[in-house]
Design a protein around this ligand. Structure first.
Ligand code: UD1
Ligand code: CA
Length: 426
């Protein structure tokens, strides 16, 4: 991480050894998804985005599942017995030896912290030369969390866990999020002094704050502005809650950027989506990760924009439309009951109701290319691979198996015959 022109080494430890019993799942809690991404993957990506030089994930319970998801994007420390958060960091200690810089602690089940918040924590820690910088929050109901003990001057003295807190400490509303930025060398020496002499008989990572204070080392905190950022997932109800929080946050960001969202409650826009100004999103629309949509488009209701789609300006994607790995040119209309997969639609096209690309032959996916100003009639099947030229007209109900050159009218269906209806009495 570069701060004011100076390079700072940052290593992130992600705690991911826990059992997650309350999920009632055969899978590790951390491979459950929030939108399209596993919880632990979201956290690992966040660690990467803030500029971590190294990431170590502490795994234990169902470690293979986490390794499958993260692969070699991170390193692993193995915690076989869960003896507490301090113990988890101890298992990662070999990765910290002989290094200078900062170590950030994150949790695999706290997935929606903002990048800016984490950056701010690290930058403050470096600029203020703090040996420990805590991310804290003010909770109206702090029950269950570690409490932040400050002196009269506001300096942080220690963290006391709920189960070890006296009645005065329990009144404190400033809580420990469990996310920190530490000086590597001082954390290493402090964790070696932690003892499990507390109500839970665990090695508490939180004890390092008092240890550092006793040594006269400067510590500090950043109070998070948006408490929802530090929410964790323990059960499926919380997973739903966090998905909702994330959804509202992403939607709000698009609305701030000039996108109209008719009903935020039923609009699902995943990460890294770009939507142009004055585009209107109608209800029940899902737009997947990385999709790009231009300006002044109309999307939905009931539209499903799957990954790898690029939509131009002034495009209409109407109701019950699914598109995947598809490009749609400016001013084209894809109004109703349509499936386009692995498709390129030119500019100023009209795709009729019920058109589908038959892009999958059971083994492989094939491309459909449609030129500019073409009109694809209702209920046309486009058997890929197939190329439709510019300025074409495809008759309704056609099943198109061969390429259609520019400027052609193409019809591919049985000729109609009318016979007497024998069921009608003479
Ligand atoms: C911890 C903090 C508490 C803070 C709270 C915020 C300590 C002692 N307390 O309490 O101050 O308010 O988080 O949520 O740190 N884990 C491991 N290995 C272990 C133990 C835990 O990987 O041996 C992981 C768990 O999977 C979990 C996380 O660390 O994701 C937190 O552990 P947990 O024991 O639940 O800590 P809390 O009691 O919540
Ligand atoms: Ca059809």
């Amino acid at each position: 991480m570069i701060i004011e022109g100076e390079e700072h080494y940052v290593i992130t430890i992600i705690m991911a050894a826990g059992k997650g019993t309350r999920m009632k799942s055969k899978k590790s809690k951390l491979v459950h998804k929030i939108y399209d991404k596993e919880l632990v993957k979201r956290v690992a990506e966040l660690a990467k985005e803030v500029g971590s030089d190294e990431i170590v994930t502490v795994v234990g319970h169902l470690k293979e599942e986490i390794e499958n998801v993260l692969g070699d994007s991170v390193q692993y420390a193995y915690q076989d017995d869960l003896l507490g958060t301090g113990h988890a960091v101890m298992t990662a200690a070999p990765f910290l030896e002989n290094k200078k810089g900062k170590v950030v602690i994150l949790y695999g089940d706290v997935p929606i912290i903002r990048k800016e918040t984490l950056e701010n924590l690290i930058v403050k820690s470096i600029k203020n030369k703090e040996y420990a910088t805590l991310l804290t929050a003010i909770y109206e109901n702090p029950t269950g969390y570690g409490r932040i003990i400050r002196d009269e001057g506001g300096n942080i003295k220690a963290i006391v866990e709920e189960k070890d807190a006296n009645m005065f400490e329990k009144e404190i509303k400033e809580i420990n999020s469990g996310i920190y930025c530490f000086d590597i060398e001082e954390l290493l020496s402090a964790i070696k002094l932690i003892k499990p002499d507390n109500a839970q008989g665990e090695y508490y990572l939180t004890d390092v704050i008092k240890i550092m204070n006793d040594k006269g080392l400067k510590t500090g905190a950043v109070i998070v502005e948006d408490n929802t950022e530090i929410l964790g997932v323990n059960d499926r109800a919380q997973l739903e809650l966090l998905t909702r929080v994330l959804r509202m946050r992403i939607n709000a960001e698009h609305m701030r950027n000039g996108v109209t969202i008719e009903d935020s409650n039923s609009t699902y826009i995943y990460d890294n989506v770009i939507i142009g100004m004055d585009t209107v999103i109608h209800p029940n629309t899902t737009i997947h990760n990385g999709v790009i949509i231009g300006e002044n488009c109309e999307i939905g209701p009931n539209a499903h924009i799957r990954p790898n789609c690029i939509v131009g300006n002034n495009v209409k994607i109407g109701n019950n439309v699914e598109i995947k790995n598809t490009k749609i040119g400016n001013r084209s209309k894809v109004p109703h009951f349509i499936y386009l997969g692995d498709c390129e639609v030119g500019e100023d096209c009209n795709i009729g109701c019920g058109v589908i690309t038959c892009n999958y032959d059971g083994k492989e996916k094939h491309k459909t290319i449609i030129g500019n100003r073409s009109f694809i009639g209702s209920n046309v099947n486009l058997i890929a691979p197939v190329k439709i030229g510019d300025d074409t007209l495809i008759a309704a109900g056609s099943t198109i198996t061969d390429d259609v050159p520019d400027g052609m009218f193409s019809i591919a269906r049985e000729k109609q015959i009318n016979k007497k209806n024998k069921r009608v009495e003479e």
